[in-house]
Design a protein around this ligand. Structure first.
Ligand SMILES: [Zn+2]
Length: 315
């Protein structure tokens, strides 16, 4: 059975409240071609950047649920390694977004599951490139659905997926609709087109799956919240189980640990470089250490490459 992730990815787009800031470090241009797992030329400033998510537990989450949010935080802090345009806020190097996480009783199991997305963002430009970087986000869930997901084993998968939306996947692909100070920042997708064209993601996609496509297929079905914000369930070459497709099924042996019902593609991680991050796939300069306490395996780059090979064999 497949459950639509639609209502979990409802956005709280109050992005115009973000503060403008100017890049304090040298720009890194998008390379014309970047192979998965290699170092793009010229991207040398990443050691000056960091990526550290802060989660504020606002209420309504058990200790067990909070620990899963923290594991999802570690996952993303391993896959996203920094900002292509490092910048300062209040005189300090900006290290990453703050997410308010909350559980509230809404309507029991099913129905409205909650919402997740960026709420404020910075517009950052170095004169060559401009990006909208999430500053604050929310992850609000119906406690009945949280308990249900814990029971069926998909909780970690869903929290990682939703945190991906907070960080910009499908939510900050095209900032034209936001306008204002975000004019001129990233635009890697046109709503309704079904065609993701970000260079990092597309290059990784073709490399990972042996293709020569001009776009990555994006979901157009499922209605608002699912359409235009996920890889296409049917046509994405990484298959319907990928972390950032719009539907989730039951736990399956085909999943990639630490996920129970999902698989992880290099393409998905690489796409975060299109919205201004440095990633473990696109900007690796050294093996990525496992975060202390994660205890879930998988996250080193070599393992990620292994995932790629396994997933090709699944096609
Ligand atoms: Zn989603």
């Amino acid at each position: 059975m497949s459950v639509k992730l639609k209502s979990l990815s409802v956005l709280a787009l109050a992005l115009a409240g973000g503060l403008a800031s100017t890049g304090a470090h040298a720009a890194t241009a998008l390379p014309a071609g970047v192979a998965v797992g290699t170092v793009p030329g010229g991207e040398k400033s990443i050691s000056s950047s960091v990526f550290d998510i802060t989660i504020n537990f606002v209420g309504g989450l058990t200790a067990s649920q909070q620990s899963t949010f923290t594991a999802a935080e570690y996952f993303w802090e391993t896959m996203i390694t920094g900002y292509q345009i490092a910048f300062t806020v209040g005189g300090s190097l900006y290290e990453g977004p703050t997410i308010n996480a909350q559980g509230t009783a809404i309507d029991g199991v099913g129905g409205t599951l909650g919402s997740a997305g960026p709420t404020t963002a910075y517009s950052v430009s170095d004169g060559t490139n401009s990006f909208a970087y999430v500053d604050t986000g929310i992850m609000n869930f119906d406690t009945a659905d949280l308990a249900n997901m814990e029971a069926d084993g998909t909780f970690f998968d869903v929290i990682v997926h939703e945190m991906g939306h907070v960080l910009g996947f499908g939510t900050l692909w095209n900032t034209d609709s936001i306008g204002g100070i975000f004019t001129g920042t990233q635009n890697v997708y046109t709503a309704g087109s079904g065609e993701y064209t970000g260079a990092y993601g597309l290059t990784a996609y073709n490399a990972e799956f042996g293709l020569s496509e001009t776009f990555i297929p994006v979901e157009l079905g499922g209605g608002p919240g699912t359409a235009d914000g996920h890889w296409d369930e049917a046509d994405f070459a990484g298959g319907p189980l990928d972390l950032m497709t719009g539907f989730i099924g039951a736990p399956t042996p085909a999943a990639d640990a630490p996920f129970a019902a999902m698989t992880l593609s290099a393409t998905t991680i690489a796409s975060f470089a299109d919205i201004g991050y440095t990633t473990a796939v696109t900007h690796a300069i050294a093996p990525v250490p496992l975060p202390a306490g994660l205890g879930l395996g998988l996250l080193a780059l070599g393992t990620l490459a292994g995932v790629t090979r396994r997933r090709k064999a699944q096609v």
